[in-house]
Design a protein around this ligand. Structure first.
Ligand SMILES: C[S@@+](CC[C@H](N)C(=O)[O-])C[C@H]1O[C@@H](n2cnc3c(N)ncnc32)[C@H](O)[C@@H]1O
Length: 221
């Protein structure tokens, strides 16, 4: 990976090695964010799983939203009074997120950062949210991402991974099995899976019930 990470100013991938998703799509993530047409996952509100988790006290301390997109989950958590940083490689998404924060008068931070190099943030978080990012990475990319997450999660901190599941009809485009989650997050990679529960993820291309998903609660010992 290039030393230059995090700006799209000069070329489409901002000096990053394109992710598997970007190679498959033939375009950078940023191109998914258009003012005239929301991205398929951009539902204009927080995911109900995130709202429920937050209402149950699942988020505490400093929160990182990895791959925050246009920021609905981060904004929801920040509106509850949590200190939240949302990061993404898509500068257009971050501009939209900042505009929403301004319009809603919510104090929240959004920054360009590569999820494979989170240690560059130089910060630690008690709670980390991955809503729809893990499942975009293929098997080769996961070890690096998992290590990057570990580098910014406080000991005894909690990571939530909300991803499309491989079980049930109408699965999303990147279905993940429980086995894959446990292969990525385990004691040898610095994590403990506390729970993997069936969940739903809302998208613009599923009905009101959304798509089958997993909500993994993963602890950093
Ligand atoms: C499926 S979208 C989910 C966005 C948001 N979490 C939501 O729920 O609306 C995945 C997001 O991850 C971002 N992303 C992909 N690869 C990334 C990387 N290497 N580092 C940071 N963000 C990344 C994309 O730009 C996109 O905004």
């Amino acid at each position: 990976m290039s030393e230059r990470s995090g700006t799209l100013a000069d070329e489409p991938f901002g000096g990053r090695h394109p992710t598997s998703h970007e190679r498959m799509a033939g375009q950078p993530w940023d191109a998914s964010y258009r003012r005239d047409e929301p991205a398929p996952w951009d539902i204009g509100q927080p995911q109900s799983a995130v709202v429920r988790l937050a209402s149950q006290g699942g988020f505490a301390g400093a929160v990182l939203d990895a791959g925050c997109g246009t920021g609905e989950n981060a904004l929801h958590l920040a509106a509850l009074g949590l200190p939240v940083l949302g990061v993404d490689v898509a500068e257009t998404a971050l501009a939209m997120a900042r505009a929403k924060a301004h319009d809603r008068a919510i104090a929240v931070e959004f920054a360009v950062a590569d999820a494979f190099q989170l240690e560059r943030l130089g910060r630690k978080f008690a709670t980390v949210l991955d809503c729809g990012l893990f499942h975009t990475f293929d098997g080769d990319e996961r070890p690096r991402y998992v290590a990057s997450l570990a580098s910014v999660t406080e000991h005894d901190g909690t990571l939530y991974v909300l991803c499309f599941s491989d079980e049930g009809p109408e699965t999303g485009p990147h279905p993940v099995s429980q086995k894959e989650l446990r292969a990525a997050f385990n004691s040898s990679t610095g994590w403990n899976v506390a729970a993997i529960a069936p969940e739903r993820v809302q998208t613009r291309f599923h009905d009101e019930h959304g798509a089958p998903a997993w909500l993994a609660t993963i602890k950093r010992p």
